[in-house]
Write a protein that binds this ligand. Structure first.
Ligand code: GTP
Ligand code: MG
Length: 370
């Protein structure tokens, strides 16, 4: 697949075309300015020029957005990002509510999660944990298909009275595919006659071996509604986070992933973003997906205005030109010109992809009619 012309590559790096041709020559590649080189070759050239490369997909290259890679000494501990997954009605939202001691479920239409909520809670050990509540697994899948790695671990909620169900298995498979560790929360243990042993056996059939059966997967019996063992669940999360040794450099331009977005009547495009690197500041110029803008205001999950958002904090941002999609990357850039440039690059890529998809679609239709 086509990647990038030598001239465009030079433009993106603000380098002279001739310099890029020379660099290619040194690598044994003969190419003129108008010729296209593949993503792998482009990546090598970019590194030659001392920039960092972002591979949007196998064939896509985006260049040097955020300058040098972080030094080890710049990295500071950051809170874990935890995604709560599990079968319908097994108590994901209730558990999250109990953990943040607020009642979100009560405000949800029909008690069903309408959106991905992302919240940060302070935990008893003094640390913080960021939770993401997924409506089913569609959003998680969308993020993964865009290559966004947002979560550090999954808390798999399994209702003790219902056991392992289809979406439980789906969640296990998602966590496995993303190579993300999993903690099992066996929920609803307050219900009379429930049998958590059965849940452990069912998990075993899906190669999840919990600690009490000699495995490595942490497992906590909880009740979201009766608030049983929530402290133990938080401890399990903290332990897992410690093992993962999660760090980020707060002292750089912010970068992260769009968690959700909407067009608000009064406020315009609103995106909830998870800051994964750097610190996002009010007034920053950001590109989110193919949209861009100056961060006019920034709010946390309690609706408080923030001036700064450090790594692992989910925040709502206002001021974008349009509504980006969940799972898309966002990055703070030095000026509007750069923002416009990246936005145009991404728009063009999106157009190319959709026209390629349209062509493929026509092919299928023709095949079907033939
Ligand atoms: P979806 O978002 O629709 O997939 O559901 P969910 O997994 O978020 O479940 P939710 O928290 O909405 O809970 C579903 C039902 O189970 C509600 O009626 C809760 O009150 C009930 N429930 C949740 N946790 C517990 C628990 O620990 N014990 C008991 N007895 N009931 C619970
Ligand atoms: Mg829910």
């Amino acid at each position: 697949p086509e990647a990038i012309t030598v001239q465009e590559l030079a433009n993106r790096m603000a380098a002279r075309g001739g310099e890029v041709v020379k660099a290619l020559f040194r690598m044994g590649v003969m190419a003129t300015l108008t010729q296209t080189i593949d993503a792998d070759t482009a990546e090598l050239v970019v590194q030659e020029f001392g920039h960092r490369v972002r591979r949007v997909s196998e064939s896509d290259v985006e260049l040097g957005l955020e300058g040098a890679a972080d030094e080890d000494t710049d990295l500071q501990p950051r809170p874990p990002v935890v995604t709560i997954m599990g079968h319908v009605d097994h108590g994901k939202t209730s558990l999250l509510d109990a953990l943040r001691k607020a009642d979100v479920a009560a405000h949800e239409a029909g008690g069903i999660t309408q959106h991905i909520g992302a919240y940060q809670v302070a935990v008893p050990d003094g640390g913080k944990v960021t939770f993401i509540d997924t409506p089913g697994h569609a959003a998680f899948t969308a993020m993964r298909s865009r290559g966004a790695q947002v979560t550090d671990m999954v808390v798999l909620v399994v209702a003790a009275d219902d056991g392992v169900m289809p979406q439980t298995v789906e969640a296990i498979n998602h966590a496995r595919a993303a190579n993300v560790p999993l903690i099992v929360a066996v929920n609803k243990i307050d219900k009379p006659g429930v049998n958590p042993d059965r849940v452990r056996q069912e998990l075993l059939q899906h190669e999840i071996v919990v600690e009490s059966l000699g495995g490595e997967t942490q497992e906590i019996e909880v009740s979201a509604t009766k608030k049983i063992n929530l402290d133990k669940l938080l401890e399990a999360i903290a332990l897992q986070a410690e093992i993962l040794d999660l760090r980020a450099n707060p002292a750089r331009a912010a970068e992260g992933t769009v968690i959700e977005s909407k067009l608000d009547r009064g406020r315009g495009p609103v995106a909830t973003v998870l800051v994964q690197k750097g610190t996002l500041k009010q007034g920053d110029i950001v590109v989110a997906g193919a949209e861009w803008g100056r961060v006019r205001a920034m709010l946390d999950d309690k609706g408080r205005q923030l001036k700064e958002a450090p790594p692992s904090l989910p925040v709502e941002i206002l001021g974008l030109s349009g509504v980006p999609s969940a799972g898309e990357n966002f990055v703070a850039v030095e000026d509007e010109a750069r923002a416009r440039e990246i936005s145009e690059f991404r728009q063009r890529k999106a157009r190319e992809k959709s026209s390629a998809a349209a062509v493929a679609g026509r092919g299928t239709l023709t095949d079907m009619l033939a």
